[in-house]
Ligand binder design. Sequence first.
Ligand code: HEC
Ligand code: HEC
Length: 296
Amino acid sequence: MRVLRWILGALVALVLLVVTTVYGVTEWQMRQRGDVPARTPLAIVRDSATIARGAHLTSTYAGCVDCHGADFGGRIVIDNPAVGRLVGTNLTTGAGGVLAQYSDEALDAALRHGVGPDGRKLRFMPAHEFSGLADADVAAIIAYLRSLPPVDRTMPATRIGPLARVLHLADQFILLPYDRIDHSKQSLAAAPVGVNTAHGAYIANACVGCHGPQLSGGPIPGAPPEWKPAANITPAGIGRWSEDDFMRAMRTGVRPGGTTIDALMPWRLYKDMTDDELRALYGYLRTVGARQYGMR
Ligand code: HEC
Ligand code: HEC
């Protein structure tokens, strides 16, 4: 009995030690400040074509609306005891919104570098996917955000759960995108246009968060268990799809065989991509290396 009690006591102590370490280390990491190199300020034109480009990007492949809400007034992205409550901020000038606290430079720093105006590292905000956005596109997104009507909505605080912390420490979940970005990388002045692989690759930056850096799919790191794994979109997965098959899937959520693609796959946003954008993406996906499913 005494031995058993001793073992139990040691186990409890071990668990407590692990929990304290996980929370201690991750809290410390989240409190580290990030800084961004000085850059030449963006030229922000607020004409209707620019604002339309910003609206297009935020509601298609940049996908801001998925996490910040269709009205940009904020949205709870994940609320799960283990993963935590990940909250997309209210990005308007309404009550509970943060836009008024952000200069244009600060918005750029949040978007492409993953830091808040006070140097706070943003959590879960996929700046590593946006770090490759061209200057003109970032300017368009900012012009668009500034054109939006205020939304009064106070969002609950973000809470980072134990699973997200452990996965982050195991390098399986991108909690602090700031740490994943090459902050000295030169940005493109403008996005590629037309039906070519450069344009396709530019757009495909938006797919890697779920489909993995190599686009081969598999379980989405840090996702709640009820989320479907992402599909293999390398040639080993969709190599037999014709361009029409791909366009139909991206616009209607229906595969060539007639089965439907789970709503987690944001085709409701992608359906509004232009023909050129989708064709460029299709062309690019044919050039990436074929990989077995789940090799991320
Ligand atoms: C996958 C979800 C997701 C997507 C997509 C996303 N965001 Fe975020 N964003 C977040 C979360 C979560 C936060 C809150 C970060 C925090 O609290 O540390 C955030 C924070 C921000 C902030 C800082 C606000 C603050 O809390 O001070 C800005 C600015 C921002 N996002 C802009 C954008 C824009 C613009 C886009 C589209 C180009 C975008 N986000 C796309 C999840 C997302
Ligand atoms: C928020 C996560 C997410 C993002 C971002 C995302 N996908 Fe998906 N995608 C999924 C999931 C999950 C599935 C599997 C759905 C299912 O099993 O029904 C999927 C399935 C697909 C399929 C169907 C393939 C098949 O064989 O069933 C295609 C094509 C696809 N995605 C293309 C893309 C492209 C291109 C992008 C980037 C522009 C992208 N996805 C971005 C989550 C995502």
